[in-house]
Design a protein around this ligand. Structure first.
Ligand code: NAP
Length: 245
């Protein structure tokens, strides 16, 4: 159980982040949810409260210094501490390298990697001071494998692995752990636009023979957020049905 813990989830307005927020709240955590879509966040916090939980919506763009600082500041102002940060916000702007526009490179790196850096830097001072904390970064299996048409996305997700390991080394003495999850293909809006043929081809690459569900990722987050993972830091946890070993 995560009773009395305060958790922040970025990119919580839909997809994996929404399921993570509900799962953390289900374990008793007070959940601060963030994204750019205010309406979706309000619906989510209402749902958590209706289930007897405690939640706060903070609207913002993780790629902006001011918004990232505001997110952490609001969480501290309302709850007085932050135990768990899940850097989950992410976007894709796919394209083959030779045709990739610089704007698409920067947009993906800014949201996926700079966003995680900004939130982690802002939270680190509070977690260091309280001498406890869990930082969980949402990378991707393609950050480990590479993927044609996703140079920007894969670079951002590989970057998150380096960021996580460095943060894990810097904050270990303060009893703050940092780990990274690399989901495989998970059924969300991000994967919904695929053709049946593409989906079939993808499933064939997965030893467990199915795409993942957001709940599969949530289970990994709950473990890394819990007391059971207190001796685990700087690790990459693949939630990919075995497609990358
Ligand atoms: P999704 O359904 O597209 O949701 C992405 C979330 O990120 C939304 O809540 C979105 O909210 C938020 N977001 C995007 N840009 C943002 C910004 N600048 N500032 C704040 N929030 C922002 O994606 P998903 O499939 O749930 O993916 C969640 C994470 O898992 C991502 O990091 C993704 O790369 C990673 N992942 C997904 C898969 C997969 O197969 N689905 C596989 C591996 C890794 P707003 O639009 O409201 O801001």
């Amino acid at each position: 159980m995560l009773s009395d813990k305060v958790a922040i989830v970025t990119g919580a307005s839909r997809g994996i982040g929404r399921v993570l927020a509900l799962a953390l709240a289900g374990q008793g955590a007070k959940v601060v949810v963030s994204a750019r879509n205010a309406e979706a966040l309000e619906t989510l916090t209402a749902e958590i409260k209706a289930q007897g939980g405690d939640a706060l919506a903070v609207v913002g763009d993780v790629a902006l210094d001011a918004d990232a600082n505001n997110l952490i500041g609001q969480a501290i102002a309302i709850y007085g501490k932050i135990d768990i940060l899940v850097n989950n916000a992410g976007i894709t702007r796919d394209g083959l390298l030779l045709r990739m526009k610089s704007d698409d490179w920067y947009a993906v790196l800014d949201t996926n990697l700079k966003g995680a850096f900004l939130c982690t830097r802002a939270v680190a001072k509070f977690m260091s001071k309280q001498r406890s904390g869990r930082i969980i970064n949402m990378s991707s299996v393609v950050g480990e494998m590479g993927n044609a048409g996703q140079a920007n996305y894969c670079a951002s997700k590989a970057g998150l692995i380096g960021l996580t390991k460095s943060v894990a080394r810097e904050l270990a003495r303060r009893n703050v752990t940092a780990n990274v999850i690399t989901p495989g293909f998970i059924v969300t809006d991000m994967t919904e636009n695929m053709t049946d043929k593409a989906r079939e081809a993808m499933t064939e690459q997965i030893p467990l023979g199915r795409l993942g569900e957001p709940e599969d990722v949530a289970n990994a987050v709950l473990f890394l957020a819990s007391d059971q993972s207190s001796y685990i830091t700087g690790q990459v946890l693949g939630v990919n049905g075995g497609m990358y070993m």
